[in-house]
Design a protein around this ligand. Structure first.
Ligand SMILES: [Zn+2]
Length: 274
């Protein structure tokens, strides 16, 4: 699933073509991506609405439409782009949502496996939804102390905790692996066993890596595309993710890959990370 840097890249790419545009016509090909909203209500609220603001929260793209917000969480095979003209049927084979814009463009969410989700929330619902998510790691108020607080004395593996969106927003498997390697912390270590210096290092590395990944337009391991339809470049800078069995870039030890921590692949150096 696209993580913070990928969704941020998409938002930055599509924002200029969307802000101030009015949605003139909406088509939804499948209802199974909807969460907590019916097709009828979604189409009614979107049609005729003007897009006031486009932003990101955690791994979600947020389109503000007056009093409602359309929240798109792109799935692993999802892509969100604004095309200068409406797509032809053969170009939009996997289109889930198509929103025709005034002045001729079209916002299209395509998703081959339809693992992404769409929500429509009013101000109050959004506030509640957003409040349940952890802090944004790139915001100024995110500090080592705030990270320590977010870990909340959990006895669960640190990797699991930083990927839990209720504790920290936007970090998924790729960047959790990378940040823990850069901070020298074993991904299976219980979160409550981290010391203040671990919090400082992990805080610094999470921010550094997420910012660098945004600069590289995100990581394209397989399906992810930017809001311009291009591949990201951060896969070239990954030090552990996707490198199990290969030598550690620090010490040459074979990197360990395991699914035992959280059923996702965890890759780490047992020598550099403790
Ligand atoms: Zn190493």
């Amino acid at each position: 699933m696209p993580e913070l840097p990928e969704v941020e890249t998409i938002v930055r790419d599509i924002r200029p073509a969307l802000v101030g545009r009015r949605i003139s016509r909406v088509r939804l090909s499948h209802d199974d991506v909807l969460r907590g909203v019916t097709r009828r209500r979604l189409l009614r609220r979107l049609t005729g609405a003007t897009i006031r603001r486009v932003s990101r929260r955690a791994k979600h793209v947020v389109l503000e439409l007056g009093s409602a917000r359309l929240i798109i969480q792109p799935g692993m095979t999802g892509s969100l782009q604004v095309h200068p003209r409406p797509l032809r049927p053969d170009e939009a084979k996997y289109a889930v949502l198509r929103a025709r814009l005034d002045r001729g463009g079209e916002l299209v969410y395509q998703d081959v496996r339809r693992l992404g989700t769409l929500l429509l929330l009013d101000d109050k619902q959004w506030e509640r939804y957003s409040r349940a998510l952890g802090p944004e790691p790139l915001e100024d108020e995110f500090s080592p102390e705030r990270l320590a607080q977010a870990l909340g004395g959990s006895r669960q593996a640190i990797k699991k905790v930083i990927m839990d969106q209720r504790h920290l927003a936007g970090v998924g498997n790729i960047y959790a692996n990378e940040a823990l390697f850069a901070a020298g912390i074993d991904p299976s270590k219980p979160a409550n066993r981290l010391r203040p210096e671990d919090h400082r290092r992990l805080h610094r590395e999470i921010r550094r890596i997420l910012a660098a990944a945004i600069d590289s337009n995100g990581t394209t391991f397989r399906d992810y595309r930017t809001g311009m339809g291009e591949e990201g470049n951060f896969q070239l800078e990954l030090l552990v993710y996707g490198r199990e069995g290969q030598p550690c870039r620090n010490c040459g030890t074979r990197l360990t890959g395991t699914h035992l921590i959280d059923a996702r692949i965890s890759v780490f150096c047992h020598r550099c990370q403790s």
